[in-house]
Design a protein. Structure first.
Length: 314
């Protein structure tokens, strides 16, 4: 009777040992769950980092796009409703646009990204070019009206040939000869006849919204005096003298005026031409075109077209 009890005790002891193995197994499963949990959290962290990286806005590229749209269409463009500019979306960050060649807004509201339709980049380029050409034509028309008003003012003042007119990439160039008109030879003191011409031009120039550059030019004859060691000083002093007179007597705001001296570096005629000594000595009052610099050559070409050349001579 005692033997079965001992056997039972051994089986019981064996059963007790088996219980410890089950507890140890449960402990091992718990540790593997922690490892899986840590792996999952790591993957989630990497996912969020990647999502943040691909959703970050390139501020520089957006600024370039904003400026391009402003230049091409004449006003700031809005991507989302409630925003006042390309990057202002009513307090929220604009989502990344789909990576397509070009987008145009469609649908009723035009603000739903899903309703945008792809467009041909060439069509967009043509639209921007047409808009720029329209702006150039409008500015040339404004400058030609100013040219006509300046010519009429010279005629009323009794000096219809006191200035000549032409267009270049800067805008409308009003050229006043200096020989026995604005200044005496080797002098930067305004003559009385020069004041008459400037008095005739100033009222019209003052009414224009454009900025004005006064440029001094000399011929190729060298000069070396105490006041003017070279033609650089002479051309600059003549330009600033005209600028001061336009600001004081013509009441043109100085914020719209600038002066520069070019000596003999920008001649109208080559030095070999007999007329160069007289023609190249001049002061130019340039009414700067209110267009982007890249459109400057279009202003020059359109302003000097043969059908309107007659208005620029005289």
């Amino acid at each position: 009777m005692s033997t079965p009890r001992r056997g039972h005790g051994r089986r019981g002891g064996h059963g007790g040992h088996g219980g410890h193995e089950e507890e140890h197994a449960e402990h091992e499963n718990h540790e593997r769950w922690l490892v899986s949990y840590a792996d999952m959290m790591t993957l989630l962290m990497v996912l969020f980092i990647v999502m943040f990286a691909i959703s970050s806005i390139n501020q520089g590229k957006f600024d370039q796009l904003k400026q391009g749209l402003h230049t091409g269409f004449g006003s700031p463009q809005t991507i989302m409703a409630g925003g006042s500019s390309l990057l202002d979306s009513g307090g929220a960050v604009a989502p990344d646009a789909p990576q397509v060649e070009g987008l145009t807004q469609g649908g009723a509201g035009g603000t739903d990204v899903n309703s945008w339709k792809p467009v041909n980049p060439q069509q967009l380029a043509k639209l921007v070019n047409a808009t720029q050409q329209a702006q150039v034509r409008q500015e040339v028309e404004n400058l030609k009206r100013a040219e006509a008003a300046l010519k009429a003012a010279l005629a009323r003042a009794g000096v219809p040939r006191g200035a000549t007119f032409r267009f270049d990439e800067r805008g409308l160039v009003v050229t006043v000869a200096t020989d026995k008109v604005l200044f005496d030879s080797a002098s930067a003191d305004l003559r009385a006849q020069g004041r008459v011409i400037l008095d005739a031009l100033a009222p019209t120039l003052a009414k224009l919204p454009n900025r004005i550059s006064v440029d001094g030019h000399t011929n190729s004859l060298p000069i070396a005096t105490a006041r003017f060691p070279s033609n650089w000083e002479l051309s600059t002093d003549r330009a600033t003298g005209v600028l001061r007179y336009l600001a004081r007597a013509g009441h043109i705001p100085t914020s719209r005026l600038a002066a520069a001296g070019y000596a003999d570096t920008r001649p109208l005629l080559p030095a070999s031409d007999p007329r160069a000594l007289v023609v190249n000595r001049r002061v130019e009052v340039v009414v700067l075109a209110a267009v982007d610099d890249s459109a400057g050559r279009a202003v020059e070409q359109l302003g000097n077209e043969p059908d309107s050349q007659g208005a620029s001579d005289g």
